[in-house]
Design a protein. Structure first.
Length: 165
């Protein structure tokens, strides 16, 4: 149970990254300590570091919100399958009966929620490391390029999602 709470806190931090990245620096350093128990020792900040953290943190926060949106859509569509997509259940997963298709889609939609939560928790971990690197005195160098790639991947994922709807 403790590990579930831990995972949910990191996922919550991933979703909070968008408003946190636009908050004053004191808030950006305080939230990880209070929510996750991670202390970021501040360094002398330059406008470039603060701006880089704002941009990269907001971009990864948007990616986290988009992934959370996709998780909710998948769960709702799975549970409400007969209401949203039951016109072609003969050829869908779990078909040829409506009951079979509904069960498979509901199990997948709800069953994948822990995986979505784990992905969000991973994004939260990246965002904490990014704050440690840009705003703190210590931190590995990898969060900056990973955050840039994450933002670019989020744009590609969003465009792909728009093209398929």
């Amino acid at each position: 149970m403790k590990s579930v709470r831990w995972l949910l806190r990191w996922a919550a931090y991933a979703l909070a990254a968008l408003p946190i990245s636009l908050a004053p620096v004191a808030v950006r350093l305080r939230v990880p300590r209070r929510l996750l128990g991670v202390r970021i020792t501040p360094r002398e900040l330059t406008p470039g570091r603060v701006t880089a953290h704002s941009g990269l943190g907001a971009a990864s926060g948007l990616v986290a919100w988009f992934l959370a949106f996709l998780a909710v859509v998948a769960a709702v569509r799975g549970i409400a399958y007969p209401l949203v997509a039951a016109n072609d259940y003969e050829n869908s997963w779990g078909g040829p009966t409506l009951a079979g298709a509904w069960v498979v889609h509901a199990l997948l939609g709800v069953g994948l929620l822990p995986a979505w939560t784990a992905v969000l928790a991973g994004l939260g971990a990246i965002q904490v490391r990014l704050a440690g690197r840009l705003l703190g005195r210590a931190g590995p160098p990898w969060p900056v390029p990973v955050s840039v790639l994450l933002a670019a991947g989020g744009v590609v994922l969003f465009i792909a999602w728009l093209d398929q709807i």
